[in-house]
Design a protein around this ligand. Structure first.
Ligand code: GN1
Ligand code: MG
Length: 359
């Protein structure tokens, strides 16, 4: 779903934070959920976002989470986002038409849709350090702003419900993708079961470690992790898996070149090495052993989310052409299948990196 904001609405939201210092407001970013704009004032740039409140139903709780987490990171000297306050002192501006807006100071650097192994390693270090810096953050302070966000079995159940309802009559056009989802449903509750029986430790994690949620500076150094909307308790495997499925693929998310969509072993190795270094050696054996599987799981899960949205009529992810969500699902499933066929190799690479770090 796309929300169009008028120039007047954009200026009003920007001025709520910056008063008459606003010079221009231009669209930017490639996120699929919120609407993002770049705001210029005389000597500083800012990011203005309208939070998608049909997805983040309690934007105030999202901002409470972000406040806590950014405060914690800052106290540890880890670079993080700095949010502006309105003239009334709040972190959100409500425009009276359903829009909840926020603004942060722009982080100097760039985000990418694809990276070289060297830069992907930097991205991994940045995600790993983020995770490590939050290891002593009290998870009970966080609100579960999207319940069951990475509950893959619940995502599978939603897909099955969507198929049964078939509100747009699209199910008959995506039999192949639906079959793939069914075929692997036996694995869907793997991580939630392991969290429940405490085989996996519950940690504070980012939950949306897509490649383009890491800012890298001109010198090729990771600067900071952005898009903190989904910071919630979970397993480290969510962050590792999401970053690998988005950044270690030979084709970026959204590519239609399915024949050439694979997991790159070189990029996997680069990411694993940076992430483990960033997280440090307090990773548990169960986490370590499941790193390769997490890349499968997150690709499989996101594929099901795209497919569900396609079947439901594209109500969640922003699209720019009619079958885009189906294509996105196909891309994730092709990647998931390839990752699954290579888990032994990925495990060998992971073990080798871990041993060399421990040495
Ligand atoms: C959404 O908006 P963006 O791109 O940061 C989604 C992620 C998906 C991603 C796929 C809250 O993130 O979970 O992995 O699209 N965020 C939410 O591109 O659903
Ligand atoms: Mg996001």
């Amino acid at each position: 779903m796309s929300i169009i904001h008028t120039e007047k609405a954009l200026r009003r939201a920007a001025c709520a934070f910056l008063g008459d210092r606003v010079e221009s407001v231009l669209p930017c970013g490639s996120g699929l959920i919120n609407s993002t704009y770049e705001v210029s004032s005389a000597n500083e740039k800012y990011i203005l976002q309208c939070i998608n409140t049909s997805i983040f139903r309690a934007p105030d709780l999202v901002m409470e989470n972000i406040s806590g987490v950014t405060g914690h990171l800052r106290s540890k000297g880890v670079a993080t986002l700095c949010y502006m306050r309105t003239s009334e002192g709040g972190l959100l501006f409500y425009d009276g038409e359903g829009g909840a807006w926020r603004m942060n100071v722009m982080v100097p650097g760039r985000t990418f849709e694809a990276l070289t192994p060297e830069l992907f390693r930097e991205c991994a270090l940045t995600f790993g350090r983020f995770q490590s810096a939050l290891s002593d953050f009290d998870a009970s302070l966080l609100h579960e702003t999207i319940p069951g966000f990475h509950d893959t079995a619940a995502r599978y159940a939603s897909l099955c419900r969507a198929c049964a309802r078939d509100p747009e009559g699209r199910v008959s056009t995506c039999g192949r993708q639906i079959d793939f989802a069914h075929l692997h449903s036996d694995k869907a509750s793997l991580f939630t079961d392991m969290l429940r029986d405490k085989t996996l430790p519950l940690r504070v994690v980012h939950n949306d470690t897509k490649l383009n949620n890491c800012v890298i500076d001109d010198a090729g150094k990771g600067v900071c992790v952005i898009d903190l909307d989904t910071v919630m308790p979970g397993t480290l495997l969510y962050d590792f898996g999401d970053a690998v499925r988005s950044g270690a693929s030979t084709r970026p998310e959204g590519s239609l070149d399915f024949d050439n969509t694979h997991i790159s072993l070189e990029l996997y190795e680069a990411f694993t090495s940076g992430f483990l270094e960033g997280v440090g050696l307090n990773i548990t054996q169960a986490e370590l052993e499941n790193l390769p599987m997490s890349a499968f799981m997150l690709a499989y899960e996101l594929g099901m989310r795209f497919l569900t949205d396609y079947i439901e009529g594209d109500v969640y992810f922003r699209t720019s052409y009619p079958t885009q969500n189906l294509d996105r699902a196909q891309g994730q499933f092709v990647l998931a299948q390839d990752i699954l066929s290579k888990t032994d190799t990925l495990s060998l690479i992971t073990g080798k990196i871990y041993s060399s770090l421990k040495a």
